[in-house]
Design a protein around this ligand. Structure first.
Ligand code: CMC
Length: 431
């Protein structure tokens, strides 16, 4: 029998239905609350609000569990690839061999940008942040496809193509934005390379010499993409859903996701972590001064790459990335002082009552930057790498909201706390 919640307000008792997910997560469904009571719920930062039901990703933040379509992240990290995992997220099941081939072929077929788009890169100043270029160019890409601009969910069958185009082209745009920032000639993708190899090729090859693609580098970067591929209703995915709920097209919705991801509290944290570690290194601090500052609310500092809204235990992605970080640095024979600082910071924080009491653990961004630095990715591209990885998750959530027959435009309410009725004062009478 389904449970009901009882709410007593203004002397009356109201009943509200409850909802239980497949993993036992429970919610009180307040969708009828305002109509019945005139009250809304208020939840600053949505910390306690479920904005949707979803079948894509499950997180148990207390136990440190993350699963895509039910499959533990540890198994995917060990046995899958970013492309296969993208298919899983978008279509709900692991692909058969034939489905994977069709999906990979679609990615390859749609990896080129419209040639006229290369002129758009010219318009950005050299110092433009690649995240700004990425979101602008994803939106611009939709203008080169009349079908996408006029496309409506359910009215035609183009979704598979547009999803593949976006996953594939985001990588091309990302590499081009880097080349542009360095004043380097653009390198076109190669048909023969797989997804992650091609990204490295477009980033680092020269017209006169191909970049040497090392398997350990491909493996590490592919893993980073895979680990970032989805993370349920975080800031950027909620943004994608918000924009999609107005029935904006797939590219416009995901371009908005890129902007939401950019901030240092979300995807921008990976850049901020590296900058923090670098600063600690240059200051000659062993980490203790920085930890003290991060605990002081007046310092304006935080231990970047630590803490999470949902994980109150180890972020399983961080555990996988830390190990990958040790592996790749050893294989590339690199010794990075920033890795030593990161490990010292982690060790100190995990013993410190401030971090222990607040259940603050390293998150996915704490070690990912050290891997990216080791494979030659410049720091300003770190959040772009996150965005490339997150694209299938955004697309899966876009698809889910479009396929939901009862989905409505997202439109939260507010409690107004401004001035009450306030008559207009003509300019000459204002003091
Ligand atoms: N350093 C120092 N104090 C922290 C940190 C931190 N990194 N994170 C949280 N706290 C404190 C916070 O000030 C608060 O203290 P108090 O209870 O005394 O007011 C307490 O811990 C609870 O934190 P919160 O602010 O309620 O946490 P939140 O859920 O609002 O924010 C967060 C989550 C990830 C934005 C935050 O932990 C943070 O800013 N971390 C650093 C940035 C970062 O690494 N972001 C990447 C997140 S993982 C990648 C992604 O999915 O985006």
């Amino acid at each position: 029998m389904s449970k009901e919640a009882r709410l007593e307000l203004d002397g009356k008792v109201f009943t509200l239905p409850t909802v239980e997910g497949t993993e036992g997560e429970k919610a009180v469904d307040v969708s009828t609350l305002r109509a019945a009571t005139q009250y809304i719920t208020l939840d600053d930062g949505y910390g306690n609000t479920g904005s949707c039901t979803s079948k894509v990703t499950f997180i148990d933040g207390d136990k440190g569990i993350l699963r895509y379509r039910g499959i533990p992240i540890e198994e995917l990290a060990e046995r899958s690839t970013f492309v296969e995992t993208s298919y899983l997220l978008i279509y709900g099941t692991l692909p058969t061999r034939a489905q994977l081939k069709t999906f990979s072929d679609l990615l390859t077929r749609h990896q080129f940008l419209h040639e006229d788009m290369t002129y758009h890169f010219e318009g950005f100043p050299t110092a433009a942040h690649p995240m700004a270029i990425l979101s602008s160019m994803i939106n611009a890409a939709s203008c080169f496809d009349a079908g996408l601009m006029n496309w409506q969910w359910g009215k035609n069958q183009q979704f598979d193509i547009y999803a593949a185009q976006l996953i594939s082209q985001v990588r091309t745009i990302a590499a081009y934005s880097y080349r542009k920032s360095k004043g380097l000639p653009l390198i076109y993708p190669k048909q023969s390379y797989k997804y992650t190899e091609n990204f490295l090729h477009m980033m680092f090859s020269m017209p006169y010499e191909d970049f040497e693609i090392k398997p350990e580098v491909v493996k590490a970067l592919d893993l980073i993409f895979l680990l970032h591929a989805d993370h349920e209703q975080n800031c950027s995915t909620s943004t994608v859903r918000m924009v999609a709920s107005s029935q904006a097209n797939l590219f416009a919705s995901c371009a908005a996701g890129v902007c939401a991801l950019w901030g240092p509290l979300h995807g921008g944290a990976n850049q901020a972590v590296l900058e923090m570690l670098d600063q600690i290194h240059r200051d000659g601090d062993d980490g203790s001064k920085f930890i003290a500052a991060a605990k002081d609310k007046n310092s304006g500092k935080k231990l970047m790459g630590f803490g999470h809204r949902v994980y109150k235990n180890h972020d399983p992605r961080a555990t996988i990335i830390k190990k990958a970080c040790d592996d790749v640095l050893a294989k590339l024979n690199i010794s990075d002082p920033l890795l030593d600082i990161a490990k010292k910071l982690e060790e100190a924080a995990l013993k410190d009552s401030y971090f222990v009491e607040r259940k603050l653990y390293p998150n996915v961004d704490f070690y990912s930057g050290i891997i990216m630095r080791a494979i030659g990715i410049p720091v300003e591209m770190f959040t772009v790498i996150f965005a490339i990885g997150r694209m299938p998750g955004w697309i899966a959530n876009y698809k889910e909201i479009m396929e939901e027959p009862k989905s409505r435009i997202y439109r939260p309410r507010q409690i107004y706390t401004g001035r009450t009725l306030n008559p207009f004062v003509p300019l000459g009478d204002r003091k």
